[in-house]
Design a protein around this ligand. Structure first.
Ligand SMILES: *Cc1c(COP(=O)(O)O)cnc(C)c1O
Length: 390
């Protein structure tokens, strides 16, 4: 191939950089499936006191370095339970960042409180502490700190005296200054949805906390608000509850996945480091930035594409990359202050989140260790950036 042919983009009929898929999520292993199957065969499938769920909770608590873990059936349920456990309700305000998934904020509506949407930092894409401080009122009852993409939020710089909900749904194993995200703030929420850093078989979640009152409240809320009175077989329901229970087979798969999580994270982190290095110096492309002291786990590998430097917008860049065999997707193209469901909230000006919504691209991060995978992603980005430069 001549240089001209090699440089011709696949969208223009050239040969793609890569002709076989990149593995970005490790599918459940035989051990994961066997663990779930064993519980299915046992005949004891669910219920609030399932022994597999208790074991999973003990292992989660140890992993997060906190005394309490309550397994639930989604990350959204975990955030809802934390807010309820903190006593947040009607008339209260909760501060949330504008650049995140909708479920960081919808639980605020679920407890009847008002979401207050604030801007984020331009380099880590996490909540901007100054923007949060500017929106604190006497009604502020909590701040949701989202560890976006796996990068720990600046919980250490948030206004003091306000409980922090650590939204760790994208950040299993991340840490700030050596403190795991599970131990940052009043309590932390994790998601085990199919595409997150680990899964319980499609859906699942947990909240981790050092606060026994939050754990107790979550425990009640997850199972119909049912409290067993010692010596009585009657059902007592002192509070409004839900059914947020995780099942036995889900818990067993979660235990199996959790046991491999450190290894899976090590591969992601190594691949991310290599990819950051390989993308260094491509004009108009900003690889992920990691704050000193932060342990980033790279659930998503997000690059910023400077629209001024290319002949296409971020979607055009994405299509060219996909044609080269490297899947990509716009990262939160509609920020939270633009979401109709949150229009009853207080929506601060969010110029950074606004600008990110047309600049950020999630690029496939290989989840396995084959050196050419990372090299192919880097080469595809370089090829597209070079060909589409203004
Ligand atoms: C995935 C996610 C959630 C919700 O988790 P589910 O398990 O899908 O309910 C909440 N917040 C963030 C930041 C997420 O990425």
């Amino acid at each position: 191939m001549t240089t001209v042919e090699r440089n011709r983009l696949a969208i223009d009929g050239g040969a793609p950089v890569r002709d076989h898929p990149i593995v970005t999520t490790v599918p459940p292993t035989a051990a994961d499936v066997a663990a779930a199957a064993a519980v299915l065969r046992s005949g004891r499938l669910g219920g609030p006191e399932h022994p597999e769920t208790h074991r999973f909770e003990a292992e989660l608590a140890a992993f997060g370095e906190v005394p309490h873990a309550v397994a639930v059936n989604s990350g959204t349920a975990a955030i809802h339970a934390i807010l309820a456990g903190l006593g947040v309700g009607p008339g209260d305000e909760v501060i949330v960042p504008a650049h995140t998934f909708i479920a960081s904020a919808t639980p605020v509506l679920m407890v009847g409180a008002k979401p207050v949407v604030v801007d984020v930092d331009d380099s880590t894409y996490c909540i901007d502490p100054a923007a949060a401080a500017a929106e604190v009122t006497r009604r502020t009852k909590a701040i949701v700190a989202v560890h976006i993409n796996g990068h720990p939020a600046p919980v250490d710089r948030l206004p003091s005296g306000i409980p922090v909900v650590s939204d760790a749904c994208q950040a299993h194993g991340a840490a700030l200054g050596g403190v795991p995200v599970a131990a940052l703030g009043a309590a932390a929420a994790f998601s085990f949805w199919q595409d997150k850093l680990m899964t319980t078989g499609g859906e699942g979640g947990a909240l981790l906390t050092a606060d026994p009152a939050i754990a107790e409240a979550a425990n009640l809320l997850r199972s119909h608000g049912l409290r067993q009175i010692p010596g009585s077989r009657d059902f007592h329901h002192p509070v409004l509850g839900y059914n947020y229970r995780l099942t036995g087979p889900q818990s067993a798969m979660g235990r199996s996945q959790l046991s491999r999580l450190p290894e899976m994270l090590a591969v992601r982190r190594r691949n991310a480091r290599k990819l950051i290095e390989a993308l260094d110096g491509i004009a108009g492309i900003t690889p992920p930035v990691v704050r000193p002291g932060a342990r980033h786990v790279f659930w998503k590998f997000v690059i910023a594409v400077d629209p001024e430097q290319f002949t296409v917008d971020v979607r055009g860049f994405m299509r060219a990359l996909a044609a080269e065999g490297v899947p990509a997707a716009p990262r939160y193209p509609v920020a939270l202050h633009k979401q109709p469901v949150l229009s009853s909230g207080r929506l601060a000006a969010c110029p950074v989140a606004e600008s990110l919504s047309s600049r950020l691209l999630t690029v496939a991060l290989p989840a396995t260790e084959q050196d050419d995978d990372v090299a192919d992603v880097a080469e595809a980005v370089r090829k597209v950036a070079t060909a589409l430069r203004r």
